[in-house]
Design a binder for this molecule. Structure first.
Ligand SMILES: NC(=O)c1ccc[n+]([C@@H]2O[C@H](COP(=O)([O-])OP(=O)(O)OC[C@H]3O[C@@H](n4cnc5c(N)ncnc54)[C@H](OP(=O)(O)O)[C@@H]3O)[C@@H](O)[C@H]2O)c1
Length: 332
């Protein structure tokens, strides 16, 4: 279409949905019409798309007439229920939830890594988990250059990863703790202000949180490298926006930090961001609102050969969600 696409944003009032509208606008994605969908609670509200106030409609089975691209970020159960209706109406669905990510018929795509995978789509393309995207964007070029045998990752995940209400809970609870007032938590099971806890997703019988299992399985699928051994420990930290991760990467052979820096300096979607002389490294505040995955602090692991440590920070509402989804739409 010459004058653009009819795009629906499902979950348009949410943390990711808002960023989707911003990113579509900022990247000048060719949009002829925007349909903003959310729950019945949001009917009567508007969302902003550029200069335009778009009324929010309730998500229903018949919401997708004429829609060509549907960006879903309203939770897994809404994706499972409504994505098939969108596909039936002729739309391509790009889904941010975990509902379809591991289906063998559904491509799981990071455009810098496996853009070819979208070819096989049958109407639904999955956007990977945010912590996984942040990790694979620098890990994949290192793997292609040197061969990665194993990665052990610890995450430091922001409130924004759990949505707009979680960010508000962190703000309000921080205020309450500072003022020595009680606070009734609605989102997180434990005190979040001035505290941290292992990821609050469901735990399996081996003791892994669902978030950790996603990082393992999705990395294999996106990088098409099931032989890489992956281990993850995911932690929620009281940061408003942008996830950080510490990676310990074992290679097939000796790799110097300088060699790894050379690869990362040229890697798409990666920004080496550090000031070694001043002992300054990327922080969530630096990376918030920014597209690239910020990396640095490469150093040899003194405890075993062929192993490097790497620090990264990524705005997971952007590269971990909205930006990656819009990049997939651009590939289409
Ligand atoms: N946050 C992240 O970094 C991130 C990253 C990757 C993927 N995701 C995924 O993206 C999805 C949304 O995440 P978020 O962080 O944006 O959450 P959020 O801020 O809580 O937003 C949730 C959105 O879903 C809508 N919604 C909830 N129940 C609905 C229903 N019954 N019918 C229609 N719409 C409904 C909400 O509409 P109302 O405002 O009307 O309630 C809101 O627009 C989740 O599947 C999440 O796993 C999030």
């Amino acid at each position: 279409m010459s004058n653009g696409y009819h795009v629906a944003v499902v979950g348009a009032t949410g943390a990711v949905g808002q960023e989707m509208l911003n990113v579509l606008q900022r990247r000048r994605f060719p949009v002829s019409k925007i349909t903003a969908l959310a729950s019945s609670r949001s009917v009567g509200k508007t969302v902003t798309f550029g200069e335009t106030a778009v009324p929010v409609q309730e998500l229903k089975a018949d919401s997708f007439k004429g829609v060509q691209i549907a960006l879903f970020s309203a939770g897994g159960s809404r994706s499972r229920e409504f994505a098939p209706h969108a596909v039936k109406a002729g739309a391509v669905v790009i889904d941010n939830s975990s509902a379809f990510r591991m289906d063998k018929d559904v491509p799981l795509v990071v455009p810098e890594i496996n853009p070819h995978a979208i070819k096989g789509h049958k109407g639904i393309i999955a956007n990977p988990n945010c912590s996984t995207i942040a990790m694979v964007v620098p890990l994949n070029p290192l793997h292609r250059a040197f061969g990665v045998k194993r990665v052990n990752v610890c995450t430091y995940q922001a409130a924004s990863g759990a949505g707009a209400a979680a960010m508000e809970e962190l703000r309000q609870e921080t205020r309450a703790v500072l003022d020595s007032k009680p606070y009734a938590r609605k989102i997180f099971p434990q005190q979040y202000a001035f505290n941290l806890f292992p990821h609050n997703s469901a735990m399996d019988e081996q003791g892994y949180a669902e978030e950790e299992v996603k990082m393992i399985r999705e990395t294999h699928k996106i990088m098409e490298a099931p032989q890489i051994r992956v281990n993850a420990t995911c932690v929620r930290v009281p940061v408003l926006r942008a996830h950080s991760e510490a990676l310990n990467i074992e290679f097939e052979r000796d790799v110097s930090p300088e060699q790894a820096y050379q690869v990362l300096a040229k890697a798409p979607g990666v920004l080496v961001h550090e000031n070694r002389a001043k002992n300054m490294w990327a922080t969530p505040v630096d990376a918030s609102g920014q597209d690239p995955v910020y990396v640095g602090r490469l150093r040899r692991d003194v405890s075993q050969p062929n192993t490097l440590d790497l620090w990264l920070v990524s705005d997971q509402l952007l590269k971990g969600a909205a930006l990656n989804a819009v990049q997939i739409a651009e590939l289409l």
